[in-house]
Design a protein around this ligand. Sequence first.
Ligand code: ADP
Ligand code: MG
Length: 355
Amino acid sequence: MSLTVKNLTKRFTASGTPAVADVSFAAAPGGITTLLGPSGSGKSTVLRIVAGLEQPDAGQVLFGEQDMTGVPAQKRGLGFVFQSYALFKHMTVRKNIAFGLRVRKAPADEVKRKVDELLSLVQLDGLGERYPAELSGGQRQRVAFARALAIQPKLLLLDEPFGALDAQVRVELRDWLRRLHGEHDVTTLLVTHDQEEAMEVSDRVVVMHDGRVAQAGTVREVYDRPATPFVAAFVGGANVLRGLMVGGRVSVGTLAVSVADGVDAPDGASVHAYVRPHDVTLTKAEAGAPEVSLARVERMAWLGGTVKLSLKLSDGAPMTVEMPKAEVQALSINEGDLVMASPRDAKVFLEDYSI
Ligand code: ADP
Ligand code: MG
């Protein structure tokens, strides 16, 4: 079932800025759509309005063609997973998972069959008689997923579901969520502030900024063609370099950066070029190269397959470059060396771009 959100606005205080302002997006049936944005950008408020836990001041929530805006939460047929596990501590895993089915007075044999199926789906076979306190964080969160899926929800709402787990478990559960979703393709709305998580699991992302939708699209669209400077910096990260438009290219110091997408800026305009750390080619400084074109390698962080180099450009500005380890070794670059840094691509915005 698809979800459509139309022009949602929500204020918590009469005078203040709205927590959510004119938010519209659609989530396709069976996909994972992610609300991605920094803390305070309005993601949870949108999710809670979709759930019926919060009423909007304006706007609509549609499930398929049906307007759900005034329908109470418990009548919306939703599954929820929040950051904190919120399992019933005094109930076993089986009883936690069965809870929604029992409330709906499902027959005992059906409850048993369904719980067995879900235990297996979330890879917790054999742990049904344990209590939440006897499980790891990742296992508890998988129980929460099983409990949410037990009632065959029309929509699955996930608010930072992996937020409380350690880094390694988070990464495992991302893979797991994608596989789970492959077997059980319920329309899912995920909230996260973690862009890596969003990029890994989502079919579509809705980037939120200050209560508004900054951009909605596939992960690749948002990454490759950011609509605003905020999106360019927040999704994927970028070096921000000041430059001038010269002959349709961006001149940054002594560098001319070609820009893949057309830039809507006249020659002579001051611009900011957003350069991804992996969109920079490094070469060793040649003897006699003009000093202004050189950068010094201040620090190298070996991250496994790639190396993150912190450079200082000749004007003192910092630049972060990420390169495959093999390339760095082939160039034999070391900390303290002088290098030439040539951006291969940039997203360019006028310097006085607002919002
Ligand atoms: P996010 O989930 O992106 O971190 P939220 O939707 O929780 O953002 O919050 C958006 C804004 O609304 C924040 O400024 C937050 O302080 C405010 N807000 C959220 N819930 C309430 C509430 N119940 N009462 C007052 N302000 C709230
Ligand atoms: Mg939140």
